[in-house]
Structure formats: C-alpha cells, structure tokens
Design a protein around this ligand. Structure first.
Ligand code: 5GP
Ligand code: ZN
Length: 141
C-alpha cells in the first residue's frame, strides 16, 4: 500500500531521490535531508504506516534489529560516541512526516544536539494514578 502525496512513499518508490545507505525487501535507510548530526539517518518501511500505532508488529521487530545493525556500523565507521533512536508520533511529539520512521542520530561528545528535557518530579499521587491508568489489563476507573 502506498499513499498519495506521502514523501517517504515517493522515496520508497524511487520517485524522489534519497541517499540510501541500506535497503532490503521491507526497509530503506537513508540520510536525513536536514541532519541533527553527522550520519543522521532514517529507517523507513517501504509500505505506508502512519506511525507506531499503525505499524505492522513483525516489521516493528525487524526495525529495531535493523537499528542495531546500522547503529553498530555507525559506531564503527563514523566513530560516534553515542547514538539516539528517536521515533515521533503525532504533531504534538514533533512528527512532521506521517509515514513511520525511526531516527538514528549518531552523537559526538559535546555536539550540542538538543535531544533533552527538563526533569520533572513524580508525586505519590501521580504514581498511584498513573500506575492504575497504565498497567496493562487493569480496569480503568
Ligand atoms: P519527524 O519530525 O516526522 O520525526 O522527522 C521527519 C524527518 O524527515 C525530518 O528530520 C526531516 O529532515 C526528514 N525529511 C523530510 N523530508 C525529507 C526528504 O524528502 N528526504 C529526506 N532524506 N529526509 C526528509
Ligand atoms: Zn508513506
């Protein structure tokens, strides 16, 4: 299934060029056109799934294994000091392309790449409420 006007479907179809560093029957991995760091790449399924919620479970498993494989290559060949995996869902999270993708962002000591948040605090009330809401199989009250 391909989706009209989806930029990553067009890349997967070869309608739009990309700098592809890996391809198999299920996935492409290509360099991000506006990289956060040297080597920033995206793992993208060839089929269209909008986000994590829609993504096929077997492909999801393969995607994380592929991230391990490419991440190891990055560590060895780019000499990066760290690696962030980032995966955005919905606009509120910063998702801009609504075709599932996994960012591989190589990190270098003191690179200033801003993947961070201000640590908050978790009250006892938060703990109880969130545990009750989010524990799988527990009824929502
Ligand atoms: P999101 O914010 O949806 O998680 O990330 C989308 C990413 O796709 C962005 O980092 C953006 O730079 C990248 N991107 C958007 N359009 C293109 C494109 O046409 N080619 C490539 N290689 N990357 C793209
Ligand atoms: Zn698509």
């Amino acid at each position: 299934m391909k989706k009209e006007d989806c930029i990553f479907c067009k890349i997967a179809n070869g309608e739009i060029p990309s700098t592809t560093i890996y391809e198999d029957e299920d996935f492409l991995c290509f360099l991000d056109v506006n990289p956060a760091s040297r080597g920033h790449a995206l793992i993208v399924p060839k089929e269209h799934y909008a986000d994590l919620y829609e993504m096929d479970q077997e492909l999801l498993k393969k995607a994380i294994v592929l991230a391990q494989k490419i991440g190891k290559e990055m560590k060895e060949k780019l000499g990066c000091d760290g690696l962030n995996l980032v995966q955005n869902n919905d606009e509120a999270s910063g998702q801009t392309v609504f075709h599932f993708h996994l960012h591989l962002i190589p990190r270098y000591n003191n690179d200033g790449v801003g993947i961070s948040w201000k640590p908050g605090s978790l009250t006892q009330e938060d703990k109880e409420e969130l545990k009750a809401l989010l524990t799988p199989g527990r009824p929502l009250e």
